[in-house]
Design a binder for this molecule. Structure first.
Ligand code: AMP
Length: 216
């Protein structure tokens, strides 16, 4: 399956994208994870991205599009993929269309995750991320077995700098201005499917599967 997951920050699309990628054995392509890896590795791209990310702004389109083009040069995307956090602007969506047309692997569905702002702020400000493998937890809804420690690899859990409440509100504004225009863009193409993302993780996964069965 070739899918895009999108929606406001903290809506739980990353959790669902990871789970789907494991269930289907397809790559999970998260531009946010790729950028954080570049920051951790101290690459020039990471240094450039950090200043935008830390204040809740988007990284410039040319940087992101270049990163995605490099990722799609790898063969594993032929088996399918789930894009998470990309595209986030109309120029990114148009660049993706051109790239996938050239590669002859068009998108099959766009899942749009929705939840009210307050739910999103609550989810994201309780989120903790593994400093090594980027697995995500929530202090209340999905706590790790040992406080402050990743279940998978035992590394420490951190709050992402951009997950603090004030930054989340800024990211929601950026989302409304830059990313929400993708809703009519994909609606016009007949590809948009809405996922009400307010329940628990299992419940939302079941909803995702129901939608995917209808697409296939
Ligand atoms: P995420 O992990 O998807 O919430 O992304 C974290 C941050 O990385 C965002 O707030 C942006 O600063 C940056 N970022 C991730 N994906 C993109 C994208 N497609 N376009 C621009 N900036 C992005």
């Amino acid at each position: 399956m070739r899918l895009i997951f999108f929606g406001p920050p903290g809506v739980g699309k990353g959790t669902q994208a990871k789970r789907l990628s494991e269930r289907r054995g397809i790559p999970h392509i998260s531009t946010g994870d790729m950028l954080r890896e570049s920051i951790a590795a101290g690459t020039p791209l990471g240094l450039k991205a950090k200043s935008f990310m830390n204040v809740g702004n988007l990284v410039p389109d040319d940087v992101i599009i270049g990163m995605i083009e490099d990722r799609f040069a790898q063969k594993d995307v032929r088996e399918g993929f789930v894009l998470d956090g990309f595209p986030r602007t109309l120029p990114q969506a148009e660049a993706l269309d051109r790239l996938l047309t050239r590669l002859r692997i068009p998108i099959q569905g766009v899942l749009f995750f929705t939840a009210p702002d307050e739910v999103v702020v609550d989810r994201i400000s309780g989120r903790r991320t593994c400093s090594r493998c980027q697995a995500t937890y929530h202090l209340r809804f999905q706590p790790p077995k040992r406080e402050g420690t990743c279940d998978r690899d035992g590394a420490g859990l951190l709050q992402r700098p951009d997950d603090a409440e004030a930054k989340v509100r800024e990211r929601l504004k950026v989302y409304q201005a830059m990313t929400a225009p993708l809703i009519p863009y994909y609606e016009k193409k007949g590809q948009l499917r809405r996922v009400a993302a307010q329940g628990g993780v299992e419940e939302i996964s079941a909803e995702v599967e129901r939608i995917l069965t209808a697409i296939q």
